[in-house]
Design a protein around this ligand. Sequence first.
Ligand SMILES: Cc1ncc(COP(=O)(O)O)c(C=O)c1O
Length: 370
Amino acid sequence: MKRFIEEELKKIRGENLWRSLPRLPDDCINFSTNDYLGLSRHPKVKAAAASALEKYGAGGRSSRLISGTTDLHLELESKLAKFKNTEACMVFPSGFMANLGVIASLLGEGDAVIADRLNHASLIDAAKLSRARLFVYEHRSVPSLEKALERTGSYGKRLIVTDSLFSMDGDLAPLSKISALARERGAWLMIDDAHATGVLKNMDKGADIVMGTLSKALGSQGGFVCGSKDLIDFLVNRARPFIYTTALAPASCAAAIAALDIVIEEPGRRKRLQDLSRNLRKELKERFPEESVLLRGHPTPILPILTGETEKTLRVSQELKARGVFVPAIRPPTVPRGACRLRISLSTEHGQSDIDALLGSLEGVLGRVS
Ligand SMILES: Cc1ncc(COP(=O)(O)O)c(C=O)c1O
């Protein structure tokens, strides 16, 4: 084993794909967070978590099906179902587990998962776990999805699955077209709404299944699945990553409930995030036209700056960090080879001085590093 691991690590280093766990200096402006609305530190969110911690203790203590279900789990599930306009909802300890649980319990051998090329890794792993055959269509392409559907005619159940807001490109899936096509061809539709929940108005109309995470704009931890009451009953009985794991910690439920209330009561936060994104997108396009090719007109807080090769991308990210601005370098296997990028993610916590520092540092670094 020692030799195998050493050789693998050598390969990873040789390809400039080494990953380690960075610690962000306190004085660095962070453009890597998924806490898009700044709710993880909101006083109401922290107070709700603290009070649940006091009442229930730190951990989930047991599986949901044994004694892990508290009134907070049920309240959160009912609020999320209402928020997503569905009959029912269930929460998982993480969004990754929610994806594994749904896809692996609904599909099996002889079935087909039809996925956008840029879907999140958890959806790909879920398809593998299910033993269904995975068909990939070109990113956001309805004609390519149509072709994939034609190729799956002889399969049993067919599930189309797509991110709503893509995590590395920051663009949106053409959901109404996809959902119309799914209906027309008798396929099921699942949407991974991890990055859009709380950030964009509900985009998931027409989907049979909507999953999301509590760990991004909702500032907490955990995942969820929304759908019909029958779907949720089925998952409670069949989804192994739900049944055989400890319940989501009650403090995480309480934090997510408080965050969801803020999202509903304060739509101005979402609007401010969209304004920030729109303005920065415009500035980036004007100042760095070559590196801005991935920026579409979608009002999302994820803005990729294309840098190409791994070595250059790492150096740009390091130089930005030395100037007090953290923008992570995204490399394969997260993105295709040659399409490395800096992934800027915006939060309502960013002020104009932070944006100015980002643009100034990018100007100082991008042209110099090749
Ligand atoms: C699109 C997408 N789906 C699912 C997940 C998994 O969610 P979680 O972090 O709650 O496991 C993530 C991110 O982490 C994601 O970006």
